[in-house]
Structures are given as C-alpha cells and as structure tokens.
Design a protein around this ligand. Structure first.
Ligand code: SF4
Length: 586
C-alpha cells in the first residue's frame, strides 16, 4: 500500500475457520499485484497436489498505486489452473481493487475447504465465514441479489461469486466480480467450488488519505495522467465503440476466427459489429472504480418468460469483442438476439465465455465428423444452431453423462478422449482467443505464462513487425511479456498500458513519496517473469511440449497460410531467450 513499507497479507483457512494477518516487508521486492501474488503462490502451493485439492491456495492481490491513479483498477487472482494444470492467473476490475485497498489488505490468501457452503465477509474490522446454504445452487445474479441485501457497505463493497458452474467444478468456471467484470479463463470459479466457497464480499470501509506532504505533487501527477487518459487518442476507442470495433476490422483482414477457424471471415460480421450493437442495442457505458474511460458496453436483450406467453423481460448484458467472437462468429451465430441468449446463460452459470465458445466450436465439428453421438449429446448440433448450444450448456451444468463430464474438463481434455485434436483450438491447453492475425497471435498465446493473448499481445506484433525478421519478431513478444509483468504488478488496466510508460510510472511513484528508478522497475519486471517461469517449471510445464493445432496452418490469414516449420523455428528462438533469462536469474 502507498503509505507503508510492508505488504499486508490476510491468510484465511476455511478448514479450521481461522485467519491470520502478516505484515511482510520482504514482499516489497516484488512491488505488488502479480509480483506478490506469484511469490505467495510459490510459498503456499502444494506442487504435488492436484489443482482442486482442498489444500491449494487461491490468492488475490492489488498494487501500490491501486485506484489512487486513473485506470489502476485491477486485482490479480492466482491459483493452480484446473483447466491447464498450470499457472492460473486472472485479472478483474469492478470495485474489488478499491474495496481491498480500503479494507487494508494488499493480498488475501484462501486455503482449505469449508464443511458446508459458505461465503466470506471481509472488512477492516472483521473477517467472517458465513453460511451460504440459501444461495448454493443459484446463478451469479441471484446470489448477488441476496448478498447485496445481507451485507453492509453499499458503494464501497465488492461482491465476487460463482454460479452453478463453479459449484460443479467445471474447469473453466469463472468468478463474477460486481456483475460485469470477471476473473475469467483458467477456472478460478472451480477453485472456489472445490472449497465450498460461494462468494467473497469485501467492504472497503476505511480511509487512507494521501499524506499531506505529498498531496500537491500527487494532485499534479493525477491531473497529468487523467488528461492523458481523457484528452488524447490513447484510450478513445475503448470508450467509443469499445473493443467490438475489432469485429469489422479483423473481419476485413481475414482475422476473425469463424466456425471453429475454418475461416477468418464471417458473412454476418456487419450484424455483430460494434457499430451495429451501438446503433441497435447499446443502453449505457460503465466504468471500473477509478477509471474515467468507461469501456464496459451494456446492451439490451429482451426475452420471453416462457414459451407462448406474452410476458417479456429486458436484461442488460455487457458485451465486448472476445465475447462476440466466441459466442458469435466462432460458432456461426448470426444474430444479436441469439448471441445474447447464449451469452446471458453462460454468464448466469458463471462459465468463461471464450472457453465455452471454443469448446462448442470443437464439439460442433466433432459431432459432424461422427466422433460424438446424438444420443449422448441429447441434441443435434450444427454451426449457428442456438437451441442445440443452449441444450449443451444445460447438459454441462447437470453433468448428465460421461460425455458431459469430459466436456466439463475443457477442449483439450475432450479432444484427448474423443479425437479431433487437429481442430481442438487450444494453445498451452488453453482455448484460443479471437485473433487469426498471423504467427504472433499463435506464438504469443502459446508461450505466454498463462497462455493468454494478454500475456504479450502477439496479435499486435503481427501488425508492427515483419515475421521475416525472426529475431526481432520473437524479441518483441518476449520484451512485451516482461513489460506486462510490470504493468500487472501495478495492476493497471492493460488498455492503459501506453499511458503508464516507465517514465510516467516512476514519476507517479515519486509523487506519493515512493522512490523507484526506471532500472529498478525493469529489474522487478524481469524478476517476476523469472519467478513465474520457475513456478510453471515446478508445475511440470515444458515449452518443448507445446502443440500447435493443424487448423492454424490450414486456414489462410491476411497474408496466406502459416507454415508449421516457421512456427517451430520461432518457438525455438523464444525458448532460447527464456533459457538465457532463467540462467541470468538463477
Ligand atoms: S478501460 Fe474499461 S476495463 Fe479498463 S479500467 Fe476502464 S472501464 Fe475498466
């Protein structure tokens, strides 16, 4: 935290129903956010136990600048991923960072398993384990409604919860944060479920003012950053159409993964474009606490209560590019209503939308190829068939048979069991994201520490560096991975990564009385990357075992087809860089 020299960690053990608070000066070496969360994960993780063993920890952390500067809004969550078996790292905005800051904790470590469903209520003066029987079995929205009534702190509290997917330990269940934000992708929701933990409510009830002696400098610095965020073009697109602006742009460049990546363009891209959503469905834009941008686009979806009734309800659903790709083009859904119908259901159950879409893409093709039987699936399936997809979602929650129990493990595991690996679109066992832009998108996600497009933005390198310059290309991805370790230790929103360049970050620290040099920050970033690599190694990950599904090389992108040999060459060059960094930090 900005006004003290140590990191305050709250440790909770659900098995013994006890908690402990430790002030750790040693953790300052890792700055905050992903740095301290990685260190705590390494200390607390039982490397020989499975991801959903009750002894495994789940960790939340914020950084020294959290919510006191614009767009420093995120909280990191770390755990062992039940989806990949490897590093689980996820970020969410909403109110959580503010609530943690003003409850007085920089990090929270949760271990053990409650003997019945519970939720955690945390504030600066209390840590309580409360009965969650009344909300076990409810959706993410139903449980939030109950918790809003039961818990104090309206406007200051954050409510993190799971839906039925987390309770059933579906390996890609997420944590819903304050309704419109999520700890998504790698199965944090399943970890909560394995602990019988339905929710976490944190009340930021304290006040920690900026010390008087720093206030003038702080205000000046705040204004400078605020102006950069609001009055320059850096973040304009996020407020305007938001990330859905990518739909048309990527489609025009054959970069929009369509029908399980059998194509890079979708004939209904106009209907699902950011422009069309804005014109026909957008009702409001929201922001995480401490963000003046407001990129969260809320669309309106009207649905019937029951078949043949004349009763309708109007729902507000947040949409963005990745969601449109995953439950739109990737499974051939061609209308906004059908997209919203699936999205609302996936969100209510508390599943990761990207993984769900990519799994459905593989399933549709596997079904068409005779690998999956209709009697097991309980429905016919083809691209664009919303009713069939809806039945699959219900089948997953009820875990009705062996097929559905396998599907609940994710795309890689399902393809291991039923075949079709050449079109099971995963990288590092993690479902692909919405960028068929070239070698950078594929390599970047494969080598990223959490196998996410956000680890190093390889898709952006596709736009800026010629892949023929192989060393330069690989180095751009490698350097970005390190740079993002710094951004993620501050836990800024990555949309603002170009606002917080090194020089600005140093001055932002100095303005609140923390002295850091650019070199020090660079060293910290490298130290964090080396630590994450070491955690991955101890979890059994080997870069040489990475698999590139054939489909990536069959479907043309903007400049033709990718070549698998070139990809392997790029991977070898990346591995060489990793080995030299590990040796340097040994
Ligand atoms: S840009 Fe969007 S995601 Fe980022 S902090 Fe602002 S509202 Fe949240």
């Amino acid at each position: 935290m900005f006004n003290r020299e140590y990191i305050r960690v709250l440790y909770i053990d659900l098995s013994t129903r006890t908690f402990d608070i430790k002030d750790r000066a040693d953790l300052s070496l890792y700055l905050g956010g992903v740095g301290i969360a990685s260190k705590l994960l390494d200390e607390e993780l039982q490397y020989d136990l499975s991801p959903l063993d009750v002894e495994q920890p789940i960790i939340f952390a914020i950084g020294a600048l959290s919510t006191i500067y614009p767009v420093v809004t995120k909280t990191v969550c770390m755990f062992r991923s039940p989806l990949t078996g490897n590093l689980g790292e996820s970020y969410a905005g909403g109110r959580l960072a503010m609530s943690m800051l003003y409850s007085g904790y920089d990090a929270i470590v949760i271990k053990g398993q409650a003997n019945r469903p519970v939720y955690l209520s945390i504030g600066s003066r209390h840590v309580e384990i409360k009965n969650a029987d009344p909300i076990w079995g409810t959706t993410t929205e139903e449980s939030a409604r109950y918790l809003r009534e039961m818990e104090e702190g309206r406007g200051l509290r954050s409510i993190v919860r799971i839906g039925q997917a987390g309770e059933s330990q579906i390996r890609f269940a997420n944590l819903n944060v304050d309704t419109y934000r999520h700890f998504g992708r790698l199965g944090a929701g399943a970890v909560f479920g394995s602990k019988n933990l339905k929710a976490l409510v944190i009340n930021g009830e304290n006040n920690y003012p900026i010390p008087k002696e720093n206030f003038k400098n702080y205000r000046k610095m705040y204004k400078e950053i605020y102006d950069k965020v609001v009055n320059t073009e850096i973040m304009e697109k996020y407020h305007d159409l938001g990330t859905p602006v990518n739909v048309k742009q990527l489609n025009d460049k054959q970069g929009l993964p369509t029908r399980n990546l059998t194509s890079g363009s979708f004939e209904y891209a106009d209907e699902l474009s950011g422009e069309s959503f804005a014109k026909e469905r957008l009702v409001r834009k929201l922001a995480c606490v401490a963000c003046p941008v407001g990129c969260i686009h809320i669309g309106q979806y009207r649905r019937m209560f029951a078949d043949r009734s004349h009763e309708y309800e109007t729902l507000n659903v947040s949409y963005d590019y990745e969601l449109i790709f995953a439950l739109g083009s990737f499974i051939g859904i061609s209308s906004k209503d059908e997209f919203f119908e699936l999205l609302e259901k996936v969100e209510a159950y508390g599943m990761d939308v990207i993984t769900m879409g990519v799994l459905l893409g593989w399933l549709t093709e596997a079904y068409k190829n005779g690998l999956i039987k209709e009697e097991d699936l309980g429905t016919h399936l083809e691209f664009g068939y919303t009713e069939g997809y809806s039945k699959v979602l219900e089948g997953l929650i009820s875990a009705r048979n062996e097929l559905y129990q396998t599907l609940a493990l994710g795309t890689e595991a399902a393809a291991d069991e039923y075949g079709g690996k050449e079109y099971a679109m995963t990288l590092g066992k993690h479902e692909m994201t919405g960028y068929h832009t070239g070698y950078g998108a594929v390599l970047g996600q494969a080598v990223g520490t959490r196998h996410s497009h956000l680890d190093n933005a390889g898709y952006a390198v596709d736009q800026t560096v010629d892949v023929k310059e192989k060393d330069k290309f690989v180095d751009a991805i490698f350097q970005e991975e390190i740079t993002r370790c710094l951004s993620n230790s501050l836990v800024i929103c990555l949309f603002a990564r170009n606002v917080y360049d090194l020089e600005t970050t140093v001055r932002a620290f100095n303005a609140i009385g923390i002295n850091k040099s650019e070199d020090e920050l660079k060293d910290i970033a490298e130290r964090i990357y080396a630590l994450k690599l070491e955690i991955k190694r101890k979890m059994g990950f080997d870069f040489k075992s990475l698999r590139f599904p054939k489909r990536f090389f069959e479907t043309p992108y903007r400049y033709g087809k990718m070549d698998e040999e070139v990809m392997q060459d790029l991977l070898s060059r990346y591995i060489a860089k990793v080995e030299s960094l590990v040796a340097k930090n040994a």
